[in-house]
Design a protein around this ligand. Structure first.
Ligand code: NAD
Ligand code: AKB
Length: 314
């Protein structure tokens, strides 16, 4: 039985990951932490306020709850990081090294997500290989590549059982996305339900990888349970389910809401980030080494997103 500390647990991923982990491992075995606190969060299971830039507090919480695993999610995402690069460095890199140190000191299993943001303009854009050129041009990307290397370092140097994936843009309806470039792919569904139209800040024809949250959560559980001997890469596994541009989401939505329309008002900052990321990535190493498989394509995801959001905004 695992006992897991989750940082950044009130964000887009953490809000659903904590629920899933509690279903699998029991409520008292999943300690949710975040720099902020939301009403009612303590009634759902153990919760502690924790700023990941405070190494002593992280160590104390991990020790107090006697955890054997850290899932480190706290970070600033690409668009926010581009607005405040130095703060992003401090949180993304400072938080990560603190979490890795706690894992080293207490001998914990460790998970943290990298991103398609770890690739850059010189990376091959189509079917981007697992092992390839990584020269990102955003602060977020610099943080993610450094983080991938740091996780590898802690495994090779100290034997910490570090594991991780490179997530594409994640699409979900429980908690809002936290300041990324791919957030449009969530907003479009809310606007489809509320206004039957959406103005996209990402331009037509801009392809990026995407994934529905249930597939993203299954991937974490599967990777963390995987046989260590089979993991050749460990950290930063490419995983993807969907390669799509804004018009592909519009077409999928129109199958349910025929009058839905899309228009474009491109934001140059987020467009530049999107242009520097792959069109589609190759997930075959994850499939081979630990059986990664996505269940949702764009149509299955769209049907469910529209149903769930319609219920939510009723
Ligand atoms: P999010 O922005 O929704 O949530 C991040 C959480 O971290 C927030 O609840 C925030 O309050 C918390 N936080 C911020 N600063 C903190 C600090 N100093 N100490 C403690 N908590 C702090 O992000 P998310 O989408 O849930 O992403 C989680 C991780 O997954 C990040 O590493 C992100 O880079 C990665 N990722 C996310 C996506 C995606 O599409 N959501 C894609 C690729 C990678
Ligand atoms: C972002 O757009 O910053 C995230 C990501 C793909 O890492 N959704």
């Amino acid at each position: 039985m695992k006992r897991i500390l989750v940082t950044g647990a009130l964000g887009q991923i953490g809000s659903e990951l904590v629920t899933k982990l509690r279903d699998i491992y029991g409520s008292s075995n999943v300690i949710a932490t975040d720099i902020k606190e939301l009403p009612g969060v303590k009634e759902q299971g153990p919760f502690e306020k924790l700023d990941v830039t405070d190494p002593q507090r992280m160590f104390d919480v991990a020790k107090e709850y006697n955890v054997d695993t850290v899932m480190h999610l706290a970070a600033l995402l690409s668009a926010t990081a581009e607005k405040m690069p130095k703060v992003a460095w401090d949180i993304n890199m400072g938080g990560l090294v603190n979490a890795l140190e706690v894992a080293r000191e207490l001998d914990l299993q460790f998970f943290t997500p990298s991103s398609i943001g770890a690739f850059g303009p010189s990376t091959p854009k189509d079917n981007t290989p697992q092992d390839t050129l990584q020269r990102p041009t955003t602060m977020y990307g610099v943080n993610k590549v450094s983080g991938e290397l740091l996780c590898d370092y802690y495994y090779h140097r100290y034997g910490v059982d570090t594991r991780g994936v490179r997530y594409p843009g994640l699409i979900s309806y429980v908690a809002p996305p936290g300041g990324g470039t791919t957030d449009y792919a969530v907003e479009i569904y809310y606007e489809a339900i509320k206004n039957k139209s959406y103005t996209s800040y990402i331009g037509e024809g801009t392809y990026m990888d995407m994934m529905y949250m249930p597939d993203a959560l299954n991937a974490i559980v599967q990777l963390m349970e995987a046989d260590a001997d089979k993991l050749e890469h460990r950290n930063a596994f490419n995983i993807s389910a969907i390669s799509a541009a804004p018009e592909d989401f519009a077409k999928a939505i129109q199958k349910h809401i025929p009058e839905f329309s899309i228009s474009y008002e491109v934001d140059p900052v987020r467009q530049k980030i999107a242009d520097s990321w792959p069109n589609s990535i190759d997930s075959s190493a994850a499939t081979k080494e630990w059986g990664f498989k996505a269940d949702y394509d764009i149509d299955a995801m769209t049907k469910e997103m529209l149903e769930k959001i319609a219920e939510k905004v009723k």
